[in-house]
Design a protein around this ligand. Structure first.
Ligand SMILES: *Cc1c(COP(=O)(O)O)cnc(C)c1O
Length: 413
């Protein structure tokens, strides 16, 4: 049992990447090739990603945040428009609306799942009598599919589109009317956003993508990814064409205000390798989740410590494993529990601080405590335990054991 003992002292972060020798070799191969960026690895990665999520197209870019920005640009969202997202997500979902001069509004969550509540969204839309809401950005929080069909119906009836933030949801599926839909390729969202930050399912260092079934939007996503520049379909015909009637070999043309949101071929090559392991990795995450559920059920009263609820008919991608803990009833603060776990070499995190409570949004949106009570109630109790495919069953046992110790030890003054 020497191996087990050694692992006992290993730090378990809340999430971490898995990189193999073959992954490293694939990156080195690109480094020795002619193309470090805009080479053959990029379109291959985009094709493989589109295949995995069952989308027609995928456009890879620098980060998930860049993909959100590109989606807003491609949809033509701007000044005067409103984008609705959830307060229980990463900052970028709100920020992307502001990047393009639009405003952001929030729809509260279902505290049992952490996902946007369709009922709360319906209320937000009902108040929007001027129909300024142009897009809704729900998040598959923690990897559990949000109720996209319900959200998509509400948005459509309001004349708004759905851009789902699938940064947690790569590999997730949901049933709807007898059909299994893949997050990222379903008809219930127009564009789906992915991130390949190392804590996510697929690690590329940094990286992101937007997937869509719409060819026109794909072209616009590509346009804004690369300075708004085109290499065909020119507007300045006279400048583009030589006296011989052929396209001038040097010619490029800027038609929109775009960005450099490209991703390198080293990253794409790493992404291709990582995507190849996605199925197994999501399977292992589900195994870990089942084991956590069992261990937590054995040790704690459900009223005091409970994992987030899972909706029927979904395949969870388990980017995160979030438990809700009644810290008040334990008489111990979350900070103390996290610090004690850290001393026991266990990393935890809180996903997320409600965006409407960030000083920036308090200032810009005039929001504050009490505005989204379910997100705030959820936030007070949430703790993300370690979740990644390399976690062993023994690691999970240790996490739950240490959590029990951290909660039960009387308060330190
Ligand atoms: C990671 C993440 C993002 C941003 O992705 P980056 O690649 O870090 O820019 C956006 N939304 C959610 C829900 C995320 O988890």
């Amino acid at each position: 049992m020497k191996v087990t003992q050694k692992r006992e002292y290993q730090f378990l972060p809340y999430s971490r990447q898995h990189v193999t020798q073959e992954d490293i070799d694939a990156v080195i191969k690109v480094l020795r090739s002619d193309w470090l960026t805009q080479g053959p690895a990029l379109p291959r990665f985009e094709q493989e990603l589109a295949g995995v999520v069952h989308a027609r197209n995928a456009v890879a870019c620098a980060t998930g945040t860049a993909a959100l920005h590109l989606a807003m640009l491609a949809l033509g969202i701007g000044k005067g428009d409103v984008v609705v997202t959830t307060p229980n997500t990463f900052l970028a979902d709100a920020n992307c609306a502001l990047f393009v001069g639009a405003e952001v509004a929030f729809a509260d969550i279902d505290p049992d799942t952490g996902n946007m509540s369709p009922e709360a969204l319906a209320e937000v839309l009902a108040r929007d009598s001027k129909k300024r809401v142009k897009a809704v950005i729900p998040v598959h929080f923690g990897g559990q599919p949000v109720d996209l069909p319900a959200i998509s119906n509400l948005a459509a009836a309001h004349g708004a589109v759905v851009v789902d933030d699938a940064c947690h949801g790569l590999g997730a599926t949901y049933e709807h009317e007898g059909h299994t839909w893949h997050v990222g390729g379903s008809p219930h969202a127009l564009i789906s956003i992915f991130s390949f930050h190392p804590v996510k399912h697929v690690a590329m260092g940094e990286g992101g993508a937007a997937a869509t079934n719409d060819d026109k939007l794909t072209a616009r996503l590509r346009l804004f990814r690369n300075h708004g520049m085109v290499k065909e379909g020119f507007l300045n015909d006279d400048m583009a064409t030589s006296p011989e009637g052929t396209v001038n070999p040097w010619y490029y043309e800027m038609q929109q205000l775009g960005y450099n949101y490209r991703v390198t071929d080293m990253q794409a090559a790493l992404g291709i390798r990582q995507l190849g392991r996605l199925e197994r990795s999501v399977e292992r995450r589900n195994e870990i989740a089942r084991f956590y559920h069992k261990l937590i059920g054995q040790r704690f009263e459900p009223a005091l410590v409970k994992p987030l609820a899972t909706r029927a008919g979904v395949r969870h991608a388990y980017h995160l494993f979030v438990v809700r803990i009644d810290f008040e009833r334990f008489g111990v603060s979350r900070a103390t529990v996290m610090n004690r776990l850290r001393e026991a070499n266990i990393g935890t995190q809180v996903h997320y601080i409600p965006i409407h409570l960030q000083p920036y949004y308090r200032e810009v949106n005039g929001t504050g405590p009490g505005d989204f009570p379910d997100a705030e109630k959820y936030y007070a109790q949430a703790l993300s335990l370690p979740m990644y495919p390399d976690l062993t069953d023994a690691d999970c046992e240790r996490v739950v054991e240490e959590l029990e110790k951290a909660l039960k030890t009387s308060r330190r003054l």
